[in-house]
Design a protein around this ligand. Structure first.
Ligand SMILES: [Zn+2]
Length: 77
């Protein structure tokens, strides 16, 4: 048996990915985020993407502002 201390694989560096939102060290509890807040932010982004339809431009039907009520002849008096 040869006990080689330089055995590749024996030493596995724990590389924790940073929070994808704020790049802070992620917390095991909120992986892969650093906090519940960041997790919520990511969820919101995901929903935004889901709502979007790829290939179709989101066209908002915006009605022009009303020109005002039709005014009759100038009735003075
Ligand atoms: Zn974060």
């Amino acid at each position: 048996m040869t006990n080689d201390p330089t055995d590749p694989g024996a030493v596995a560096p724990k590389t924790q990915r940073p929070c994808p939102i704020c790049r802070k060290p992620a917390v095991d509890r909120y992986r892969p985020f650093c906090s519940a807040r960041c997790a919520d932010v990511d969820l919101g982004r995901w929903f935004t993407e889901a709502y979007r339809i790829p290939g179709a431009e989101a066209e908002e039907a915006e009605d022009p502002p009303p020109a005002g009520p039709p005014r009759g002849p100038d009735d003075d008096g």
